[in-house]
Design a protein around this ligand. Structure first.
Ligand code: ADP
Ligand code: MG
Length: 346
């Protein structure tokens, strides 16, 4: 499912400069900190606050599959996952740079679709696309995005700040993006056997959207500012709740208890898991790409957060010696294991 436009212009016809020109000529910048965007040897940013920087690389065949990932969605997602990392520092994303390596199986129109998605995400999140690099690749597409964000130094939230008795919170619901991917994989196998088959995703649209067009929690970042909350620690959930919780506990030198019954799971996730004979809790703990925020707050902030819809209180931080535990529905303690997505795993 590549570019849906009917034209097909070889990239070699327009050349590197022609390509950059058609991808970036319409770009306008909106943030005060952006002094100069695309067009010179470097972008110019005037930061009034502290700067946070993050990079993510997406490789065709490793992180995405062209068979079921339209390029516009891929562009959107590639930008959003970077914004999510910036929000996870309790900072506001303001600029991105986008570097691409492209093989000759892609047409100019495909990359225009990719940039449509990138620029839509920038518009939705109020971010400027200020530069990048363009080169060729021998196989497939590689996209590397760097996001730059700003925050007051005192508000920046690290993985290392959790303390015993802090409350563990998570936004949204977990495991839905993973279930969306399972559905897509299942249909891909059906399609291989019977190319005439039409995929049936009815009732599971939410799961596909979570996988193909995830959103970052800008709203939660804004809520923290309004409510005067600075989480004691925070991380975004890209590799599954277990893995991220262990990161916080390792960096913060503490343990935790998470209550299975408190983990937020959408009905569609539960239904799809049942249909595929998967355990819902396992999907929520180990499935990836939720892009929700996992954070801890001190007891003093409990009143500010206890009734906020879309934020679940799922456990608390303990002394390191108690380990990192899941308290199951029947009350037994099971150690949390990092079984999430890992690109070096088989
Ligand atoms: P240089 O040779 O100095 O690196 P380039 O020709 O690579 O310059 O880039 C020219 C301008 O276009 C720069 O401002 C650069 O940031 C921008 N640019 C190049 N590739 C991309 C891209 N894929 N997306 C956005 N901007 C790009
Ligand atoms: Mg360059």
């Amino acid at each position: 499912m590549k570019g849906k436009k009917s034209e097909h212009t070889e990239i070699s016809e327009v050349g590197e400069f022609g390509l950059i020109e058609s991808l970036t000529s319409g770009i306008k910048t909106i943030n005060k900190s952006t002094k100069l965007g695309v067009g010179d040897d470097a972008a110019v940013i005037k930061a009034a606050k502290t700067t946070v920087v993050t990079t993510d690389m997406l490789v065709e065949g490793v992180h995405f599959n062209m068979m079921y990932c339209p390029l516009k969605h891929l562009g959107y997602k590639a930008a959003v996952v970077n914004f999510s990392d910036v929000y996870a520092m309790n900072a506001k994303p303001e600029q991105i740079t986008v570097s691409i390596a492209v093989s000759d199986k892609y047409a100019l129109e495909d990359l225009e679709d990719l940039y449509e998605g990138l620029l839509l995400a920038c518009e939705v999140y109020g971010v400027d696309l200020v530069g990048g690099d363009t080169t060729s690749s021998l196989s497939g597409l590689i996209i590397s995005i760097t996001a730059i964000g700003s925050a007051d130094a005192k508000n920046i939230t690290y993985r290392s700040g959790a303390k015993p008795n802090d409350i563990i919170c998570v936004t949204g619901d977990l495991g839905s993006s993973y279930m969306g991917l399972q559905l897509l994989e299942r249909e891909k196998e059906v399609f291989k056997v019977n190319p005439k088959s039409q995929p049936d995703f009815s009732g599971f649209e939410y799961l596909l959207e979570r996988q193909l067009k995830p959103e970052a929690r800008k709203d939660v970042f804004e809520f923290f500012a309004e409510a005067g909350i600075v989480p004691t620690s925070m991380i975004d959930i890209s590799d599954g709740l277990s893995s991220e919780m262990l990161h916080i506990c390792n960096k913060s030198q503490c343990g935790c208890s998470i209550y299975e019954e408190k983990i937020p799971i959408d009905m569609a996730t539960a239904n799809a898991a049942e249909e595929m004979n998967l355990d819902t809790t396992t999907c929520a703990l180990n499935g990836g790409e939720d892009y929700e925020l996992l954070f801890t707050i001190s007891q003093a902030d409990y009143e500010k957060i206890k009734e906020v819809s879309g934020i679940s209180l799922i456990g608390h931080i303990n002394e390191k010696e108690t380990g990192c535990m899941l308290v199951t529905r029947n009350g037994s303690l099971v150690p949390l294991l990092a079984q999430g997505w890992n690109s070096f795993k088989e």
